[in-house]
Write a protein that binds this ligand. Structure first.
Ligand SMILES: [Zn+2]
Length: 261
């Protein structure tokens, strides 16, 4: 009887085996949790490596957009105009502009978790000269959700004559509000819409063209991506270490300038 009781106490080998089994089981469960996440419906959004949409969490909305000191003050009202188009179209404040203290830091992507709009009159080096703008979205992929955490918009005023108001638009100029609305769509997570001729997310924007009205496909994409219940939208939480990645919008601007030529 005594011997039996003693046998119940595991020896070192058994302890090690149990530890290894528990470790294998833990990693198996973690990998299962990640596999289960799987791909989401695209909804016209950028998606991460797993097919999860890149969107802002409700706690981070409205997305705060900082203005870099390179942006001319004459462009401030045009920027606000394109922000208002999204906010009024969606029926909720999606973006808020902070132009009280223009940012004086580097114009290069700082990846500092603060979304910023930059203006390039010279020194444009992000992609080709034929790109009207470039928007970079940074996101973090967690095991149970993906969230956008920074969107930087770079405007190419060096190679394009931008009309800050449609009153100044002519066949040689790019309508800045139309361009800004498009880039703001990228900042909110949208990718290009190549099939709806009314979409502001079409990859082509010709010189002299006005495209300032959000269309049903644009708003439909946002509602699909963020859910209809804007106030309560909240993806699952997670506590694992993040993976970071970014996407660059180079193609759009290339396409845009092609459309103009
Ligand atoms: Zn684009």
């Amino acid at each position: 009887m005594k011997a039996k009781v003693l046998n119940l106490i595991p020896n070192k080998k058994e302890c090690l085996a149990a530890f290894l089994l528990a470790t294998v089981l833990f990693f198996f469960l973690v990998s299962c949790a990640q596999i289960q996440l799987g791909a989401q419906a695209g909804c016209g959004f950028v998606q991460d490596q797993r097919g999860q949409r890149v969107a802002w969490r409700s706690a981070d909305l409205p997305m705060k957009l900082r203005i870099h000191q390179s942006v001319p003050t004459e462009a401030y009202s045009a920027i606000q105009e394109c922000v208002s188009k999204w906010n009024e179209g969606v029926g909720q404040e999606m973006v808020r502009v902070d132009n009280l203290t223009p940012y004086a830091g580097s114009k290069r992507n700082s990846k500092d978790n603060i979304s910023t709009i930059y203006w390039w009159n010279e020194g444009w080096s992000y992609s080709q000269n034929t790109h009207q703008a470039k928007t970079t979205v940074h996101w973090t992929s967690y095991p149970r959700f993906t969230k956008a955490n920074e969107a930087d918009i770079h405007i190419n005023a060096q190679h394009f004559d931008l009309a800050l108001s449609k009153d100044n638009l002519d066949s040689g100029k790019v309508d800045f509000v139309s361009l800004c609305i498009h880039e703001m769509g990228h900042a909110l997570g949208l990718t290009h819409n190549e099939k709806d001729s009314v979409s502001v997310m079409l990859p082509f924007l010709a010189r002299g063209q006005l495209r300032q009205d959000l269309s049903p496909p644009d708003l439909g994409a946002l509602h699909c991506g963020y859910g209809n219940d804007w106030v309560n939208y909240q993806p699952d939480g997670g506590t694992f270490d993040p993976i970071t990645a970014s996407v660059e919008d180079a193609g759009s601007a290339t396409s845009s300038s092609r459309g103009a030529q």
